[in-house]
Design a binder for this molecule. Sequence first.
Ligand code: ATP
Ligand code: MG
Length: 381
Amino acid sequence: FDLKNEDLKDLHELGQGNGGSVKKVEHVPTGTLMAKKIVLIDAKPSVRKQILRELQIMHECHCKYIISFYGAFLADPNICICMEFADKGSLDGIYKKIGAIDIEIVGKVALAVLEGLTYLYDVHRIIHRDIKPSNILCNSSGEIKICDFGVSGELINSIADTFVGTSTYMSPERIQGAQYTVKSDVWSLGISLIELALGRFPFAESADSDSDLSDLGDYPDFNETLSPARPGSLSLAGGLASLSLSDNSSPSSRLPPSSKRSSKPTSAKSSSTSKKDKRKSKGVSLQGGGMTMSILELLQHIVNEPAPRLTESNYWGARDRDMEEEGLEGVFPSEAESFVDACLLKNPDDRLTPKLLLNHPWIQLAQQSEVDVEGWAREIP
Ligand code: ATP
Ligand code: MG
């Protein structure tokens, strides 16, 4: 494709992220449907050209688990990135529409993401850096593919007001400022899989909570404190490290002073939690209603507390009864639980790479599984 903006007919908007918006477009000369990502870049012309050069490597990414790249061009003050259109959208949109995703389908998602990550790393030495349900797409043929990987260092640095890579899917080591490795992607995959299987973000107290902790862009306070936070930079780590949050249970001043859940005792099901841990997690789960907790508290929690698990869905208490009512407790195969646990090992030295995780029993099961992903995808409205 020789892409020109004037050949692209806007159809409708597919969604908005922190970096820009994505539109469904038609490439009129060929009739091809595409997703056009429009990123506002606050950078000099030389940097823009550099970004375009860096993006060209995506032309060489050919893998059925990776969204294809059609091309990128400048449309001042934006950079437009045109890619394969996935007609069922991203997995976050899907589970928000249809609820928790069947664990066998989630197994296929895990397989696809591991294959995609292994391809990117083995063939191109690319680390994704932003694995989360909104970057895992699905089409009506039942294909599952990843998109939005960090190919361009300049793009990552230039996105105005960016939180790329700085999300609550971020691994403990990244929150603490360590370099990205493929193992950070594995952590993000683990969090994403729990979210899909439970139908809610694992760190949010309830699915219908007003706060979307998976999206840092909504947190102006965080913005002010840490901006400009850039992936790969140590400023974020310095920011977090220097902002030592009190580890007592006093609610942040931005939180509603009281909530209807505030008297609800927390579950002490997790027997390994120390006394101190319990006090802390109590502080967290006491925040009902509007904002569950401040983003900094959440990031600190990810660093200091045990990782979430597929089955201990009462991670922060208060969910046991809901889960039982939904019949979700204990319904996951032990292989799935073991896989998620392996993704969420807090020490990256203990965590396996995507390539090695392809040998995990749950992934082997997913490979053999004849679950009808296409039939499942077709039913998504
Ligand atoms: P963030 O900016 O935090 O990474 P995001 O991934 O949701 O969040 P975008 O990458 O801008 O933000 O995407 C916005 C939405 O557009 C996505 O949630 C997804 O639903 C939709 N989308 C993105 N790419 C495609 C595509 N190739 N095909 C279909 N829908 C897409
Ligand atoms: Mg995205």
